[in-house]
Design a protein around this ligand. Structure first.
Ligand code: SER
Length: 345
């Protein structure tokens, strides 16, 4: 008998860290973790199995299908927005072809099992693309269906994969004679910039938020690559994990959409600096905007409207800005680098 498992791709990334610890340790799910890089040893006890490999490796995915009954897929692997701009075609392969491979794997599993396979997909504020800073200032809180004209490869990839998820969940091979078989139960979250105390993101454009905090906690100066008045929505990592788990657990009939915005608080880079300074006396941040990365952040909304998630499945973040910094980010990041925080509240 094949064992029922939950598959997590991009397991070693920042969302993977929080999610694996929760699913494996607290919920007792059999987690099969997949990542290109070796897994952080701290996560191994929470995993049923770790496989080091590539989501573009068809043979590897084929073996997974033959070995396991995959009940849920959290497809987290991707190349983030800044990194993707250096190698757009490689990013497309990882972000789109990789997702396509996982969607197909999910559908195939659902066919074998005769029941839907849950497919959780993190999308991003990068799926938005506002045409100018003036438009960003006027736009206010963006709803899911507004401003969907991303300017980055990563954003295009995320937006397209939202559509692919809908296609695979509802229309895959719609002209085939036998259309009665089960498919994936595709659910997608558009995350704001995520801030984790445990890990640093690699290659994102909202990274100045987490980087400011991690540098200050290590007593290092930080040159922020956006202007002080640059505003983005953010979320503390435990809330990102909570959102994935809540959306995954929501009754299907309550979901009126496949793609939901979620957010916690919206901050300017200058406001993040003040919070970081309050926590780590002597933190030094200079604002040295990189015109091109700045333009990317200027195309992302200052805030997003997550009322659909609140209405349909009761989304509410645990961490507002005050709690995020005083109860999670500052104490955890200080512990991580063996530093004293000046204040914790
Ligand atoms: N954090 C991501 C990035 O900056 C946006 O989702 O690429």
């Amino acid at each position: 008998m094949r064992k029922e498992v939950t598959l997590i791709t991009g397991a070693n990334g920042e969302v993977g860290h929080g999610l694996i610890a929760h699913l494996g340790r607290l919920e007792g799910a059999r987690v099969v973790a997949l990542d290109l890089q070796p897994l952080d040893p701290a996560l191994l006890p929470s995993c049923y199995r770790f496989i080091q490999g590539d989501i573009l490796d068809g043979m590897l995915l084929g073996r997974l299908v033959s070995e396991y009954e995959i009940r849920a897929i959290y497809h987290l692997a991707s190349l983030l927005s800044t990194r993707a701009e250096f190698t757009p075609e490689a990013a497309h392969r990882v972000n789109v072809e990789g997702t396509l491979n996982l969607l197909r794997l999910g559908v195939e599993q659902a066919h074998w099992q005769g029941r839907p396979v849950l497919f959780l997909y993190p999308s991003s504020i990068a799926a938005y693309g506002l045409p100018s800073l003036a438009a960003k200032e006027r736009a206010g809180r963006a709803r899911e269906d507004e401003w969907a004209q991303p300017t980055t490869m990563y954003g295009c990839n995320k937006l397209y994969c939202e559509h692919l998820g809908r296609y695979y969940a509802r229309y895959y091979r719609q002209l085939a004679a036998d259309t009665s078989t089960a498919s994936i139960d595709f659910r997608c979250l558009r995350f704001p910039g995520l801030i984790s105390a445990e890990t640093l993101p690699t290659g994102g454009t909202s990274d100045y938020g987490p980087e400011m905090l991690h540098h200050a906690a290590q007593g290092e100066p930080y040159a922020c690559f956006v202007r002080e008045d640059t505003r983005l929505p953010f979320m503390a990592m435990p809330d990102a994990v909570k959102a994935l788990l809540m959306l995954g657990a929501a009754p299907r009939e309550r979901l009126n959409r496949l793609v939901y915005n979620v957010t916690s608080f919206s901050l300017s880079a200058g406001e993040i600096y003040k919070l970081v300074q309050r926590a780590f006396a002597g933190a030094v941040v200079s604002f040295e905007p990189d015109v091109k990365r700045q333009a990317i952040v200027d195309s992302w909304p200052a805030d997003i409207d997550d009322s659909a998630a609140r209405q349909d499945w009761g989304w509410q973040p645990d961490y507002d800005v005050e709690r995020a910094f005083s109860e999670y980010l500052v104490p955890a990041v200080a512990r991580r680098y063996g530093r004293e925080a000046t204040v914790t509240a």
